[in-house]
Ligand binder design. Structure first.
Ligand SMILES: C[S@@+](CC[C@H](N)C(=O)[O-])C[C@H]1O[C@@H](n2cnc3c(N)ncnc32)[C@H](O)[C@@H]1O
Length: 291
């Protein structure tokens, strides 16, 4: 099944391939059942492929089958909801797709409203929930994992959300090349891949250069909200965010972490699993200092 879209970006549902573990979890509709660190696929490792373009790869390339609902949402509604990020390495998409043209948020959303970007939205549960509660702002969920984007599109359609869109691909390229400086109301980074091995820490998305990029794209007063269930990553996040002189901690007292009940963040599958496994949840809320 192949459908043409206004972005000239066909989504071929039949070619969305299977990773048995992820497929089982996704088909069951239980994101918490997904592996925390999805196995590297048979695709040859290309560990530094982004380094040539000044950006490190922060995600696990993986294949996951879309459920019927997700595949249906992708094929039927991609032209309305979807944007494919231009980056030099879009071969991790299954199927491979041509990137769209320059990022045009007004065209994508059909209006100009404050924009919240969620980096690594996964199944989109938090994106949909927050967008539903906040109709005056637009929410862009970005991920490389197409079935999750299909899930978010299906959620948005089911709930009649007109302020939700999805971006497929490496969000660092979108931030660097597509998003104007000072133009984002907020950036959410909820339960990013923890990359627990020391040799992989460089792949963590929260580190000085990516935080500087995110801060630059935030409007003055704009918020960077991060959450993790990985204690040692939480400490690193706090250290990196505190060290960025263009950011201010909204919850500077005590530990520096934000109280869970103050942040208005819906629970996602990854948080549920962290709690189930006895890991503490840390939220960090920083804002860009005004000019
Ligand atoms: C551990 S999951 C968390 C998903 C979701 N935020 C939640 O809480 O359930 C992290 C997600 O970030 C995505 N990701 C990591 N780096 C990314 C990047 N550079 N661009 C787009 N997505 C990325 C991964 O594909 C994955 O879906």
């Amino acid at each position: 099944m192949r459908v043409e879209t206004v972005h000239d970006d066909p989504v071929d549902a039949d070619a969305i391939e299977v990773d048995p573990i992820t497929a089982e979890a996704m088909t069951a509709g239980d994101p918490a059942a997904q592996p925390a660190q999805p196995a590297e696929t048979a695709r040859p490792a290309e560990p530094e492929r982004h380094a040539r373009h000044g950006l490190i790869r922060t995600f696990h390339p993986r294949r996951g089958r879309a459920s019927t609902t997700q595949a249906d949402a992708l094929t039927r509604l991609w032209s309305v909801y979807g944007y494919t990020i231009a980056d030099p390495h879009h071969t991790y998409h299954t199927p491979e797709v041509a990137p769209d043209g320059p990022f045009d948020r007004e065209r994508l959303f059909g209006r100009r409203a404050p924009l919240v970007l969620e980096i690594g939205c996964g199944m989109g549960e938090a994106t949909a929930e927050m967008a539903a509660a906040d109709p005056e702002r637009d929410y862009l969920g970005a991920d490389v994992h197409t079935p999750g984007l299909g899930n978010l599109i299906a959620l948005a359609e089911a709930r009649g959300l007109t302020n939700v869109r999805v971006a497929r691909g490496d969000v660092l390229f979108l931030l660097r090349d597509g998003v104007e400086p000072g133009s984002l109301a907020a950036v959410h980074v909820f339960f990013p891949d923890p990359w627990p091995k020391a040799k992989h820490h460089k792949r963590r998305i929260i580190q000085p250069d990516t935080v500087a990029l995110i801060r630059d794209r935030l409007a003055p007063g704009g918020v960077l909200h991060c959450a993790t269930d990985w204690a040692e990553y939480a400490e690193q996040m706090l250290e990196v965010l505190e060290a960025d002189t263009g950011l201010r901690n909204r919850y500077p007292g005590g530990s520096g972490y934000a109280p869970r009940d103050a942040v208005g963040r819906p629970v996602t599958g990854y948080e549920r699993r962290g709690v189930r496994d006895g890991r503490p949840i840390a939220d960090l809320v920083f804002e860009k200092i005004g000019d």
